[in-house]
Each structure stands twice: as C-alpha cells, then as structure tokens.
Design a binder for this molecule. Structure first.
Ligand code: ADP
Length: 312
C-alpha cells in the first residue's frame, strides 16, 4: 500500500515535558489506522500535529512526499478533521453548518450544494437539513460533525474519539459510515478508548505509551505475537478450600483466581496442560460443570504491553 503520510522522529515538548519522544510511523492509503493508548500516552498530541493545528519541535512529516510545513495549504485541503469536541453552530441549520465548512475548503455554487447534500445523505441527516442542531440528539450532532469534515472529499479523515458519550445506534451508524468511507477510498486515522471499536473497524493499530510507539500491526498480528496466554474459566459443583496451591504445581501456570464459584486460570500458551488441570479437579473431587477458554483479545495485548487496562 502506498504511503500517504510519513512521520519521522517526531518530537513535541510542552515546556520541559517531552510528550512525543521521536516517534516514526506511516499512514498508508486506504487504511483505518487506530491509535490506542492509556491517558497521557501522546495520542491527542500526535493527532493534533497530523491535523496541522499543533506545531512540533523535532522530526519531519511528509504528506504524499511533500514537507507538511512547506505545503501547509495543500495538506489542509486534503484533510478532514472530526475533533473530539463538537465544532458545529447550534443556531444555524444542519445544511448551513456543512456549507460553512465546505466553503472554507474552496467549494462554491452548485458544486458546494451537491457536496453538502451528499455529506448529509451519507451521515443520514439529509431529511433534517433545514433543522438546527440545537434540536438534535448527541449522536445526530456527532454525525453532523462528520458531515462537516467530509463534504470536501478529503484524502485523509482524522477522527478523535468521535463516538464518546452517544447512544449505541448512532455509534453503530458512525462505525458503519467509517467502513463505508474506507471502501470508497478514504484513509482514516482514528483514536478511541473503546477496544471493541478497534476490533471492529481497524485495519492497523498503533499502540502508544509515554510518548512512544510500543507496538504496531494488524489486530491479528498483535494478538499472535504478543499474547502468549490462554485463559480458562472453570465452573465446579464445589471448590475445595486452598486448591489454588495445587494449581501452581502444574507447569506453565501463571495465575489462579477464584470468584463467584468460578476458577479463572491463566496459563502459558503452548504448554499443553489442560489434561493436568482436569486431572487435578477430578482428584480433588470437584465435579466440573463447565469449562470455557478465552483466546487473546486486544485488551490482553494492551494489558501486557502497558501493564494497565485501557480505561484505568
Ligand atoms: P493522550 O491523548 O494519549 O491522552 P496527550 O497527547 O493529550 O495524551 O498528552 C500527552 C502528555 O502531554 C500528557 O502527559 C499530558 O499531560 C501532556 N500535555 C498535553 N497537552 C499539554 C499542554 N497543552 N500543556 C502541557 N502538557 C500537556
């Protein structure tokens, strides 16, 4: 895939605090690139720099091979930005909102009208075009925010947590729209706190922590290379007191937790010990009612890499 944006050794300091510590990555044409990281990791700083609304202190960024600092107008025209905080006018119609942003990008006359209608249609708000956003639900406002960012048909759309605090139906609508935009050829850069959104839409993920990139790849690749654990949930008719100790005699055992009548066991992947676990349960006279295994999730990958849960 063609590299649309190349970021090399990017640095950003706030006073004496280094928020970005020389990060490098590419954005490839047609991908949905998701940024994940705990609070303070540097995601917003990265996104704001890519959006050209924040200056950087070191490194370089190329957009289609052009230096961003020297070709700022060209870059801005090819970006669509969906900010975290709504950037819409409550007191003018949905149509006028989208037209205002499209005009900023140089669209005029019938071309402008057509672009506005297409964008509103795309986010499912064409029938509300004459209504004012002050009457809209949170989800509808978010969708209008997206229409404002895409009317000029940018090559790259940058979305900073666009689904925070909205109802599941609007959220689903937005996620489907993002996939549709990608299918139509747009490149999307996306940040979120919701792991399930990353599972659903990402084609590639960059995980950040402390101003650095600590892993990148497709969700499948990240899970395969990093998650080396297997998790079992075992339900028994009764649980013998102190049985935990015996589990730790089994090779590859990492964690044992007993809660609400369920034994949760974490073992090293690749060590074939399920038969030993079952033998132990039988020897203890603990009749097994159910065993469930959970394969690696992005949450596990994230936890292993950063030592934290995403929403800690
Ligand atoms: P994230 O989006 O991953 O939560 P940010 O990019 O917002 O992370 O922040 C990275 C680090 O930079 C944090 O430690 C944050 O406190 C600091 N930071 C962000 N913006 C500013 C600012 N305007 N002034 C000073 N420090 C900032």
């Amino acid at each position: 895939m063609k590299k649309l944006i190349e970021v090399r050794a990017l640095e950003k300091c706030y006073a004496h605090y280094k928020a970005l510590n020389g990060i490098s990555f590419d954005v490839r044409e047609g991908e949905i690139l998701c940024f994940l990281g705990p609070n303070g990791a540097g995601k917003s700083t990265t996104i704001h720099i890519l959006s050209t609304i924040l200056q950087y202190d070191g490194g370089e960024i190329l957009f289609e091979g052009k230096h961003v600092k020297k070709h700022a107008r060209y870059v801005k025209r090819n970006l669509g930005i969906v900010p975290q905080d709504l950037a819409i006018y409550e007191e003018v119609s949905a149509e006028q909102n989208v037209a205002f942003f499209a005009a900023l990008y140089g669209l005029k006359g019938t071309q402008l009208q057509q672009a506005v209608d297409e964008a509103l249609q795309f986010v499912g708000l064409l029938d509300k075009k004459n209504e004012k956003p002050k009457t809209f639900s949170g989800g509808m406002k978010r969708r209008l925010n997206i229409a404002c960012a895409i009317a000029h048909k940018p090559k790259v759309i940058i979305m900073d947590e666009p689904t925070v605090g909205i109802d599941p139906q609007s959220r689903n609508h937005i996620l489907q729209s993002i996939k549709q935009l990608q299918e139509q050829g747009s490149t999307i850069i996306y940040t979120t706190h919701y792991m399930e959104e990353v599972e659903e839409i990402s084609t590639r993920i960059i995980i950040m922590d402390h101003g650095e990139i600590i892993a990148e790849g497709t969700k499948e690749a990240l899970k395969k290379h990093i998650a080396d654990e297997e998790r079992y949930f075992i339900e028994c008719e009764h649980i013998t007191a102190g049985v935990e100790e015996n589990f730790f005699k089994i090779e590859g055992m990492k964690e044992v937790t007993i809660k609400d009548g369920i034994i949760e066991v974490v073992v090293l992947k690749g060590v074939e010990n399920l038969d030993k676990i079952i033998t132990l349960l039988v020897n203890e006279g603990m009749k097994v009612k159910n065993i469930m295994s959970e394969s690696a999730s992005l949450e596990t990958v994230f936890l292993q890499l950063t030592g934290r849960k995403l929403r800690d």
